[in-house]
Design a protein around this ligand. Structure first.
Ligand code: B12
Ligand code: SF4
Length: 503
């Protein structure tokens, strides 16, 4: 009897030393893996589907690579899908796909932020398929085609986004899978899309400007299953939870059905004007709110079209969070064109003065697929040719006043100084003290604290794959891509924006 084996792999990336980045322990299970695993039916056209999930970042041996070889059962069809592939993970995704094909796997596909937003045509028609749309739009067709014997080279070119999101309950990771992580956490994506238009942001290219959500009941059901499976913390990975029209309903139902558990969510800086919503978040279990404040300079914010951030209101966000029992996490970008070494030090002082519970820092990176990337590329400003480095931890473009060595020093200096001051001041909750110690420890070693885990492992190296990369794609490094333009139908979805409701 025929079976279909679906191997979902979240690829890691190559670190600067060429090793595949891996951690002894990850901070949290990858959200994309379980989202797509839950979209995969157990049976399709009466054929049984067996799904495997692999988060490469936390694999401490290479046994999972056996899943990239054909099954011993001759009646088993295998489909390997590289999921949630970001730009800095693209080389690794190409290499794993080439390895699987070289081993004799029939069907391989690469999907996620990079192929959705960047031109991958150079790699197409090469025995490896590309998913240019949300899984909700094309995943079923891909599974059907794998069963029928042949994948198309590209899926989703004409329609990146689902106009309407159906009920989709997420099954949590198993107990064994959770052992790879510090926190038994589940990432849920109850709403997607952002009505704003910041020019450095790839979120609006990945999920569009129309705010879309699945029915509240299905998020509640995902929460029920998570609780039952021993999940202790939820991360609502949606970008602007406060722009979710049904957020209030979801939070009230969580309280009514006793589905509250500690959770993290992300809000935009306009949350300063929503005191009642912050109070409700606190009652529903929110323990950390992540807000992208990015800069304290109005002109800098204006230049990247981030008009909705008002630096005068950042203090109010922290105050509202404290009142509601929520830790505030303010995230900063350093290295805007107007930044100087001095202005970055001033930003650090400003954030230290505000004293949020947690703060993170990222280097301004023109992320492939964004408006900013397009502009910097056309002006010849991109000096870093290797997309592995486009991960917000280092300078990839020619900054007018700051060198790349200086920028890297400043990035880690921000973390070290911010958390040293926090630890010195004392009065930290247990969890915030652990975070402060861990973030400072990683920053001192030149490891970005938000990169996903702790305890680096060195298992395999790009040198083991470069031959395959050359053989399969005829490249050593993928050229910096062009942006993938939106189709007319996707432009229409963006144009349906109701600014009065969302902005
Ligand atoms: C949550 C999150 C994190 C969490 C990850 C938590 C976790 N373990 O899951 C944390 C905080 C750790 C994190 C870290 C980083 N992140 Co992050 N993160 C996000 C965020 C907000 C949500 C991602 C998510 O889980 N979405 C939910 C899943 C279900 O959606 P999805 O992956 O997009 O998948 C959908 C589609 O892409 C598609 N799809 C995906 N794969 C496939 C495969 C197939 C076959 C098909 C058909 C479809 C398909 O279908 C899915 C369902 O619709 C996004 C912003 C965003 N909205 O995308 C940024 C984002 C992905 N992160 C980004 C970056 C840069 C980083 C860091 C490098 C930052 C840093 N310096 O530390 C690190 C990298 C760490 C890592 N190991 O990957 C960038 C990536 C940019 C790019 N285009 O490459 C994004 C887009 C943010 C941004 N502003 O640009 N991140
Ligand atoms: S508010 Fe956030 S998610 Fe929305 S466009 Fe700006 S950076 Fe992107």
């Amino acid at each position: 009897m025929t079976t279909l084996k679906v191997v979902l792999v979240k690829p890691s990336k190559y670190a600067v030393d060429g090793y595949v980045e891996r951690f002894k322990s990850g901070f949290m299970p990858n959200a994309t893996l379980y989202h797509i695993a839950s979209l995969t039916p157990k049976y399709l056209n009466s054929v049984q589907i067996i799904t495997h999930t692999v988060d490469e970042y936390v694999r401490d041996d290479l046994e999972y690579l056996d899943l990239l070889t054909p099954d011993k059962n001759p009646n088993c069809i295998t489909l390997v899908a590289l999921v949630g592939v970001q730009s800095h993970q693209f080389h690794r995704a190409l290499d794993l796909a080439a390895l699987a094909r070289n081993n004799g796997i029939e069907h391989c596909i690469i999907g996620g932020p990079h192929p959705m937003t960047c031109d991958t045509s150079q790699f197409q028609n090469n025995g490896i398929s590309f998913a240019l749309a949300e899984a909700e739009v094309i995943w079923n067709e891909i599974l059907e085609d794998a069963l029928a014997g042949e994948l198309k080279s590209v899926y989703g070119l004409e329609k990146r986004w689902a106009t309407k999101l159906d009920s989709h309950v997420v099954e949590p990771p198993s107990k064994e899978e959770l052992e790879h992580y510090v926190v038994p956490l589940l990432g849920l994506y109850p709403v997607r899309g952002c009505p704003y238009n910041c020019d450095y942001c790839s979120v609006i290219k990945i999920s569009g400007q129309q705010v879309r959500n699945a029915p509240v009941e299905c998020t509640l059901e995902s929460l029920r299953r998570a609780k039952k499976a021993g999940i202790e913390v939820i991360f609502f990975v949606s970008d602007n939870f406060n722009k979710y029209p049904e957020a209030k309903l979801l939070l009230e139902e969580m309280i009514n059905y006793k589905l509250t558990m500690p959770f993290t969510c992300q809000c935009d800086a306009q949350i300063a004007r929503q005191p009642e919503f912050v109070e409700l978040l606190g009652r529903a279990g929110c323990r950390e709110m992540f807000v992208g404040v990015e800069s304290f300079n109005k002109e800098t914010l204006r230049q990247v079209s981030k008009f909705h951030n008002q630096p005068d209101s950042y203090q109010e966000i922290i105050r509202l969070c404290r009142e509601a029992g929520i830790d505030s996490h303010l995230s900063n970008i350093i290295g805007f064109p107007t930044d100087t070494t001095e202005s970055i030090k001033e930003q650090l002082s400003a954030i230290q003065f505000l004293n949020p519970d947690v703060s993170s820092f990222y280097t301004l990176t023109p992320i492939p697929g964004t408006e900013q990337y397009n502009e910097y590329k056309s002006r010849g400003l991109l000096v870093e040719k290797n997309i592995d480095r486009y991960d917000t931890t280092n300078l990839t473009w020619k900054h007018p006043t700051i060198s790349s060595q200086e920028m890297e020093k400043l990035l880690y200096r921000c973390y070290i100084d911010f958390y040293t001051a926090k630890l010195k001041a004392g009065n930290l909750s247990d969890i915030n003290k652990k975070t402060a110690l861990a973030f400072r420890h990683y920053a001192k070693q030149g490891i970005h604290p938000m990169s996903g885990g702790m305890g680096k492992l060195h298992l395999d190296h790009v040198d083991n794959y470069i031959g395959l990369r050359k053989k399969h794609f005829d490249i050593e490094l993928a050229p910096l891509p062009s942006n993938l333009e939106l189709s007319e139908s996707d432009k229409l979805i963006n144009n349906k924006l109701d600014w009065k409701t969302h902005a």
